[in-house]
Design a protein around this ligand. Structure first.
Ligand code: GDP
Length: 315
């Protein structure tokens, strides 16, 4: 990839896509193409083909997807499966037809079987039943990985897949109904501080273990792999994570410290804990030459600043 290469970032308004665009700009890539979903509906094959024929991107970051938590997957299973299958199939096929030099397909570690041993190794894919609550999304993403591999095999393309752990950072979702734990607790703790409350409530027992990666690190890893690695080195796909975990209780304590909330942390055991542990094995990622840089506390501080400047200010 050189600085003038035409790079299409699909999903540039999302958490990961926006971070990839920022990172490419920082690295002085100067020919980035983006389209909103109003301008280009990636579920529509005719529109996608026309876009690729007109623009002829050389590199593609496929970060566009229908995403959401447990509730959204349960409410809209058809859309999670259909939209994601269509988006990825249309973009991958158009990339092949228009001789894209390299494509990076993004998924998530929810593709792994519910009962897979921890830490999660890439080879555990399709060794057991999926977690039912996110099965529609996971099935689509597994199909995407397999599609990239099949295209590489049959057509000699260079399509690579990456599966990030839990991400957080600027442009995250801070809606308490649909967000993941880190932004949810950030909002709750911030509001407890502002309202001078004595305590903040954390769902579940606080004992589950989770791994968190700042989205700027995710963008750095994505661009690094695009610049340096070919499918033969990566294999089916590669996990992107820190390999470090902490309990939800420890996460809440870190957030209290950064936000400056001195009250108590209370656990609401009527809420589910979910899976007890979710940690990626990052051996392959390290072998490919990339490691995370942003420590949790620093990343939380950065995200809190963004939250204050972009969410709180507009409320
Ligand atoms: P998961 O990683 O797919 O299980 O999804 P979440 O990020 O939603 O939840 C991770 C863990 O954080 C679970 O054990 C939740 O019970 C716990 N948790 C604690 N407080 C909250 C909260 O306010 N919102 C969310 N989403 N999870 C919370």
């Amino acid at each position: 990839m050189d600085k003038h290469s035409k790079i299409y970032v699909a999903g540039h308004r999302g958490l990961v896509g926006s971070a990839i665009v920022r990172h490419l700009q920082t690295k002085r890539y100067n020919n980035i193409v983006c389209k909103t979903s109003e301008e280009l509906d990636l579920r529509n094959q005719i529109q996608v083909n026309q876009f690729f024929e007109n623009e002829k991107p050389e590199y593609v970051f496929l970060a566009a997807a229908k995403v959401g938590g447990i509730l959204a997957n349960a409410t809209y299973p058809a859309q999670f499966l259909y939209d994601n299958l269509m988006i990825q199939s249309n973009v991958i096929e158009a990339a092949r037809q228009n001789d894209v030099k390299k494509l990076l397909f993004l998924g998530s570690t929810c593709i792994y079987p519910k009962m897979a041993p921890q830490p999660l190794k890439e080879e555990f894919l399709l060794t057991g039943e999926l977690e039912p609550t996110n099965e529609p999304y996971a099935l689509a993403k597994i199909a995407g990985i397999k599609l990239c591999n099949a295209y590489n095999k049959q057509y000699g393309t260079r399509f690579i897949s990456v599966m990030p752990t839990n991400l957080y950072g600027p442009n995250d979702n801070f809606d308490l109904e649909t967000s993941h734990v880190l932004p949810a607790l950030m909002r709750k703790i911030h509001e407890a501080k502002i309202n001078r409350e004595d305590a903040v409530t954390v769902w579940g027992s606080g004992k589950p273990l989770r791994e968190f990666l700042h989205v700027n690190d995710m963008a750095d890893a994505s661009v690094y792999l695009m610049e340096n690695c070919i499918p033969e080195q990566i294999g089916d796909f590669v996990n992107i994570g820190t390999g470090q975990e902490l309990t939800i209780h420890q996460l809440a304590e870190t957030l209290c410290e950064v936000i400056g909330f001195k009250g108590e942390i209370i656990f609401d055991s009527s809420k589910p804990d979910g899976t007890p542990r979710k940690l990626t094995n990052v051996t392959k990622l390290h072998q490919l030459g990339w490691q995370y840089h942003i420590e949790l506390k620093e990343g939380v501080q950065d995200t809190y600043n963004w939250y204050l400047d972009n969410v709180v200010i507009n409320e």
